[in-house]
Structure formats: C-alpha cells, structure tokens
Design a protein around this ligand. Structure first.
Ligand SMILES: [Cu+2]
Length: 174
C-alpha cells in the first residue's frame, strides 16, 4: 500500500469513529400485521445507544412485554403501550426486549406482529456516555462528514486547545 493510501484509510477510520461517537444508528421497522419479524434481530445488529423506530398507524400498537407474555401474546401486563406511530425506542443497555402489537385482541401478535430485539454492548473502545441532562439526543439528521476533511480539522482544534492550555500554564507560572 502506498503511504498516501494508508493516510487516507487512517483518516477514513478517524472520521467513521467520530461519526459513530456522535449518534447511535437508527433502524426502522415497518410494523404491519402481515410482517414477519422472527429473524429481524439477527439481520439488524442493534447496539446500546441505537434507536429502533416502529412506523405504523391505527389500529396497531407497540406494546413492550415480558418474555413469557411475548411468547403467549398476552397483553394484560404490558410494560408499556404506544398507540400512535411512529414509536422510537432507544436502547440504553444490552439484553433482549420484546415488542408486539395488541390490536384485534392480540391476533396481530399471533399472526407474527411481534419482534424480540437483542441489543449488544456498544463497540469496545467506541463507547460514549449517554447524553446527560435535558438535551435531546441527536436525531441522526446531521450531515455525514465529507471526505477526510474532518480529521485534520479535529486535529487542528486539539492542537489549538493544547496550545491555549500551555499558554495559560506559562502565563500562570510567570
Ligand atoms: Cu397490529
């Protein structure tokens, strides 16, 4: 590999890492009674920090259930119930969560309108703390970084901050 290609690859990886830190991924589930979601989770590697958006309208619902209730399509003890789409669920920890449609006395669920979503830990080394306070998380509509321009800029701003810090320390010392 030529040195310039290696540099370009390093810059690309840097940009990708920054983009990954900035916001989790969004997945969309078109939530219908005729859908088959049995292998959705194996095809969609959801990680902590990612968001799944269910798109649907009346009469469908997104109910979160315990595993036994999910398996039985029983909605008497739903953990939560949303009746107007779209419904966005952001996953803050690893594990499996169970969602199903309660419409038509659970018959949509029995037909297959149910999904178990298995959430993996965020990629090791790329973990970012969840947003704190009352600012909403990024909606994922920020423009993607273009080319490798972001990497040198980020490096430059780090240098500027370092320079300011050293300058301040110098002024404080003398
Ligand atoms: Cu339904």
């Amino acid at each position: 590999m030529s040195p310039s290609l290696v540099k370009a690859l390093i810059a690309l990886v840097a940009v990708a890492s920054v983009a990954e830190l900035a916001a989790g991924k969004n997945y969309t589930i078109e939530w219908t009674a005729s859908g088959d979601y049995s292998d959705w989770s194996s095809k969609n590697p959801v990680r902590v920090g990612d968001t799944v958006v269910f798109t649907y309208g009346s009469p469908h619902t997104v109910d979160e259930l315990s595993k036994p209730d999910y398996e039985a399509c029983s909605f008497a003890n739903s953990l939560s119930s949303e009746q107007s789409g779209p419904t966005a669920v952001t996953f803050d920890k690893a594990g499996t969560r169970y969602f199903a449609c309660a419409a038509a006395a659970g018959s949509h669920c029995s037909q297959g309108q149910k999904v178990a979503i298995t959430v993996a830990d965020a990629t090791a080394g790329a973990q970012s703390p969840p947003p704190k306070g009352d600012s909403p998380p990024p909606k994922g509509n920020s423009p993607a970084p273009k080319g490798n321009a972001a990497a040198p800029v980020a490096g430059l701003s780090v240098k500027v901050v370092l320079g300011l810090g050293v300058g301040a320390a110098f002024l404080a010392a003398f």
